[in-house]
Design a binder for this molecule. Structure first.
Ligand SMILES: Cc1ncc(COP(=O)(O)O)c(C=O)c1O
Length: 325
């Protein structure tokens, strides 16, 4: 998997959403990447930089803490280049993502949470500790690796600018490590400071508060589970200067809207993509789009990764179980 096949994903107009919100709504479809997610981009940049700067020797092991997608990108690229991968995922990771990781050849460890480097039971702590105690292992550490933002600054941002012929007025993306919104946002702001860069996170996540007044809640609290987005710490790869506003949505409404969107368009959206749709529905009045605006929604991955979490319940109820046959 090389730089030539990662990125350059399509931007497509969604007529259903454009009609609904009386503006021009486009979707950046990141599931066309080889690992079927946007996270192939930082995976490639982090791996290339580590190899080029001698942080890992041939045949070594790339280690990452991931909600699944970065891990898959790392695993596929590492394998192609002759390296191994060890991926630490949280127990909330969808069964489809874990199956994909296993099929791709990753060694996986399932952890209690992804609460950051200070938490002994987190994916990040376990990944760092593993890499520090093994020979020839390198922790790519997407939460603090400058290559994460750089991948989106060099790829996603310029693509959005070119694909909309410089007409983009709004970019809306879910925020997890912050790499996407920071890199693409920074690039777009450099082209035109008026472009609105809006993030989406689950209720209870801390980045909205951090963006507003650079403070954090006094105690660690849970946030709605929406895979890939939401944090209870501020990742180093979140650049608050690149972002105008962060909106919060709830997990149940997000699941509901994923099914509604499937019914309307026939498309299965990923969980965090549905969160962006939920954000539109919830805050459309405040967003005040104009008829000639060009709004790009970022869809980092595909609904096929979340069949069990978002869509399967309906047909489980309709199809008789094996026991009753
Ligand atoms: C499905 C999904 N959505 C959103 C994100 C958040 O992207 P970023 O980490 O660039 O903020 C991720 C990150 O892993 C993801 O896997």
């Amino acid at each position: 998997m090389t730089a030539t096949v990662i990125g350059n994903t399509p931007v497509r107009k969604c007529e259903t959403l454009s009609a609904l919100y009386q503006t021009n709504i486009f979707i950046k479809e990141e599931f066309h990447n080889p690992g079927m997610s946007a996270k192939d981009r930082p995976a490639l940049f982090m791996i290339q930089e580590a190899i080029a700067s001698g942080k890992i020797r041939p045949g070594g092991t790339f280690v990452e803490a991931s909600s699944g997608n970065t891990g898959l990108g790392i695993t596929l690229i590492a394998k192609q280049l002759g390296y191994r991968s060890k991926i630490f995922v949280s127990k909330s990771c969808s069964e489809e993502k874990i199956a994909n990781l296993r099929c791709a050849g990753a060694e996986i460890e399932i952890c209690e949470n992804s609460n950051g480097l200070h938490d002994f039971y987190s994916t990040q702590f376990r990944a760092q500790s593993y890499a520090a105690t093994q020979d020839n292992a390198y922790f790519t550490n997407q939460y603090y690796n400058t290559q994460n933002i750089r991948a989106h600054y060099k790829g996603t941002g310029p693509e959005l600018w070119q694909q909309t012929e410089g007409k983009i007025t709004h970019f809306i993306a879910g925020v997890g490590t912050g790499g996407t919104i920071s890199g693409a946002g920074r690039y777009l702001k450099e082209r035109n400071t008026a472009i609105k860069i809006w993030g989406v996170e689950p209720n209870g996540s801390v980045l909205q508060q951090f963006l507003q007044d650079r403070t954090l809640p006094e105690s660690v609290r849970p946030y709605d589970p929406i895979e890939g987005i939401g944090r209870n710490f501020v990742p180093g790869s979140f650049d608050a200067d690149a972002v105008d506003e962060i909106f919060q949505v709830d997990g149940e409404s997000t699941k509901k809207i994923a099914r509604e969107y499937r019914n309307q368009t026939g498309n299965l959206t990923g969980f965090s993509s549905a969160a962006v749709l939920c954000c539109l529905e919830k805050y459309a009045d405040k967003m005040n789009f104009k008829e000639d605006d060009v709004v790009v929604l970022f869809f980092p991955d595909h609904g096929s990764r979340y069949v069990s979490k978002l869509y399967a319940q309906e047909f489980a109820a309709m199809v008789p179980s094996q026991k009753t046959l």
